[in-house]
Ligand binder design. Structure first.
Ligand SMILES: [Zn+2]
Length: 240
């Protein structure tokens, strides 16, 4: 996803479906252990929040190291992590929802979001950019990668989703975010997230969408396709 002098970011489904750990006291999964080896980063430098498909974003640091991976944590109902610390592995799990990677190289601030359909229409992106600004980031300097997620061809949704979106997006924006095909309604999450990002002052030219759909590409885990308790993992590290 990213491998520059500044940052390393990726997206993996692991071998077993990266998340099968249910209790805080459970040992880390083999997939986490394998990733830790591959990245040459100890698990005590990984952070995983307890996600809820909401709007909460937290600034994290060394004190959170190992949270949600080898120990319990207070990052509850958190769907976004921001840090200005190097050598810390921010991670989120997703199976169709969108991993959004944020990087401000100048300010040396990075972030990672777990963005489902509710969060894409909600305050998650706004809150993330605000937290980054608190650490010195400037929206026009922020680079974005929208990671693999369920694509607009696969993501059929109900009318209630468009009703929710109609509360925050203008009619001409809704035209770009939803597609109607053969009487069915489909949601384009990439497009919705792009609109939210640009409304926060992030430049279109700084937004890049990775190819790949977690639903129709069977190398990934997909909630829509029927996977339960198995997820893909997105991660980002600011290099030391
Ligand atoms: Zn698809």
């Amino acid at each position: 996803m990213i491998d520059s002098d500044f940052a390393l970011a990726g997206f993996t489904s692991g071998k077993e479906g990266i998340w099968s750990r249910n209790e805080p006291s459970d040992p880390p999964t083999n997939d986490y252990t394998a990733l830790s080896k591959k990245l040459e980063m100890p698990l005590s430098r990984f952070i995983r929040p307890y996600q809820a498909g909401g709007d909460k974003v937290e600034i994290v640091g060394s004190e959170h190291g190992g949270s949600g991976v080898i120990k319990d944590n207070d990052l509850r109902k958190v769907d976004g992590l921001i840090t200005a610390e190097k050598g810390l592995v921010l991670s989120i799990i997703a199976a169709d929802c969108v991993p959004v990677y944020l990087v401000d190289e100048k300010a040396e601030v990075i972030g990672l979001l777990h963005c489902g359909w509710r969060s894409a229409a909600g305050m998650l992106i706004h809150n993330a950019v605000e937290r980054m600004k608190k650490l010195g980031a400037v929206p026009s300097d922020i680079q974005i990668i929208i990671g693999p997620h369920i694509c607009a061809d696969c993501y059929e949704v109900g009318e209630e989703v468009r009703d929710e979106y109609a509360k925050v997006f203008a009619p001409e924006e809704l035209e770009r975010v939803f597609q109607q095909r053969e009487g069915r309604l489909y949601l384009n999450l990439t497009q919705a997230i792009r609109l939210k990002l640009t409304s926060e002052g992030i430049s279109c030219k700084n937004i890049c969408a990775a190819s790949g759909c977690t639903c129709h590409d069977t190398t990934y885990y997909s909630y829509r396709r029927g996977d339960r308790g198995k997820q893909n993992l997105a991660y980002i590290i600011m290099k030391e």
